[in-house]
Write a protein that binds this ligand. Sequence first.
Ligand code: ZN
Length: 273
Amino acid sequence: MTTWCEQQQIEGVTCTKGFHQLAQVRQVSVYTYMTEGLVIDVGGSKIPQFRDVLKQQSPEAVLLTHHHEDHTGNSAWVEQHLQIPQYIHRSSVKDMTQKANNPLYRQQVWGTREAFTALPLSDTFTAKSIWDVIETPGHASDHVAFYNRSTGHLFAGDLFVAPKLKIMLEGESYSTLLHSLQNIQAIDYSGVFCHHAGFLTDARSLIDRKITYMQEFAEQVVRLHDRGMPTTQIVAELLPHTHVMEAVSDGEWSRHYLVNTIVQERDAIFMTV
Ligand SMILES: [Zn+2]
């Protein structure tokens, strides 16, 4: 198993990208960010280099964008070795006191998320600057983004990830994600740090493109569904290529789930916000 980290500075933010080379799905990666003495997300426990970085950075607090193990996997280590407060959405505080019960493939890819004590996030957070905690559910119900009012930086967790959505994780909500993306565009951010895509150059137009893609894709799905086409056929028509995660995840990630969710959430998707 090969893992490593690469680091770069962007606009005063230390960006640490951790990699895990896998036989089946080539490579996965996730970012942690450090600024103003805060670390935003701590990476997956399969990548030990994150712990070396955390030790060296010696942050004052950890802000967590959501509960997934690639973002919280080193939190138990932080608790044991750094003894600093770690904050997460209030709805996940209790869950964090239990070890995550994730499917085996996720444990193999990212490692387990051991139990740790988290504190509930408020609407704002004060470090050197004042930060807004912005609820951005969809990818996960406890998902938040962090907005630094002084620098205009937005730390977006898994809100963006990629310009197109071709597969979804069970439990994700298409309409909620779409509305979170639309809401974020109302913020006068200067730059967006994504936890999988890194610093987004021209974030505003990239996110606009994702919103447009999601709206147009949903229209296509609904049109075919209304013609009586079954989900399997819609998938074959619009998403013909099997995604590597489908086999690996034993269906937890799925194109069928994506299509079914669009059909189920159609009213909310086309609702004007
Ligand atoms: Zn996630």
